[in-house]
Design a binder for this molecule. Sequence first.
Ligand SMILES: Nc1ncnc2c1ncn2[C@@H]1O[C@H](COP(=O)(O)OP(=O)(O)OP(=O)(O)O)[C@@H](O)[C@H]1O
Ligand code: SF4
Ligand SMILES: [Mg+2]
Length: 327
Amino acid sequence: MSNGTPELLSVRNLVVAYETSGHVKSRLTAVQDVSLDIAPAGIFALVGESGSGKTSLARAILQLIPSASGQVIFCGKSLPEMNKTQLREARRDIQAIFQDPLSSLSPRRTILQTLTEPLDHFRIGTGKERIDIAAGALETVGLDNSMMQRFPHELSGGQRQRAALARALVSKPKLIVADEPVSSLDASIQARVVELILNLRDKQGIAFLFVSHDLSVVRQLADTVAVMYLGRLVETAPARELFSNPAHPYTRSLLRAVPIADPLHPAPVVLDGEPPSALTPPTGCVFHMRCPDRIERCSSVEPGQVNISGKEGRQENHRVRCHLWNS
Ligand SMILES: Nc1ncnc2c1ncn2[C@@H]1O[C@H](COP(=O)(O)OP(=O)(O)OP(=O)(O)O)[C@@H](O)[C@H]1O
Ligand code: SF4
Ligand SMILES: [Mg+2]
């Protein structure tokens, strides 16, 4: 979707659905027709309220859950079409960190064992070189070498998240998918992790898919922002433009709720009503029940995604799903 630059990751028309259990089985579509591109060394932020589908999209990209349809192309190759061996090899280049760092750190392994495990797995370096790589990764994330012999429970929350990031770094990935990596950290530690991510992008050229519900963190980090609502990307734009000149009524509501002047103390998102259930999505535009700008066809016709570059002075690569922009 960008102009001529080869993308690192391209997702096209991705759909993720869960079969829900219970006595009546039904299908919940968590991700609906999502397309996005991440450039090498780009920081692409995915924002949206709880339940909007951010984690489902991130996990489907990582091939941790299957997609119902659509494409995930990484470094020119289709991830869903890879066999287990090919996928294992691809994981050298596409790593992940999660909100709970303990999910990437085994409680029974020291930090050194955790950091050298991917190197053993990918047969990178000799035993001594693996220890040096682990030490280098710890230094990069600002942790002392003395942490190597510790177990995860002996680290603070911020140290654990940095150790999880160090683990993701040892195989020299091209992309790190980070799902709410700073959400459970307090503000000063959040700021250090944000700074670290920017450094990794600048110095090592690592791209990030950064999932967050916190717009003030995203504003400090992202080049591109996508706003998700009930499984759809309703607006995708260069970050500066999205924050200064949002086009979708939902994005505008989200931004009005954040006191950008005080990014360390973001206000909770304030919008009338709850998002509808993904099990029973409304007809038409899925935002129509809460939309202050809805017009007649909004309740019956679902808007497609349109590129609004050039409209009302918008830059390239600004896409929105809204009837107001369809004419
Ligand atoms: N394993 C599952 N089985 C059934 N439904 C699921 C499953 N995981 C998520 N869902 C549903 O899919 C939708 C999207 O959930 P998801 O966890 O992707 O949202 P999210 O944006 O990451 O939310 P949060 O901000 O709370 O992390 C929700 O309606 C959720 O209830
Ligand atoms: S399509 Fe209609 S209801 Fe949906 S965001 Fe646009 S104006 Fe609002
Ligand atoms: Mg989530």
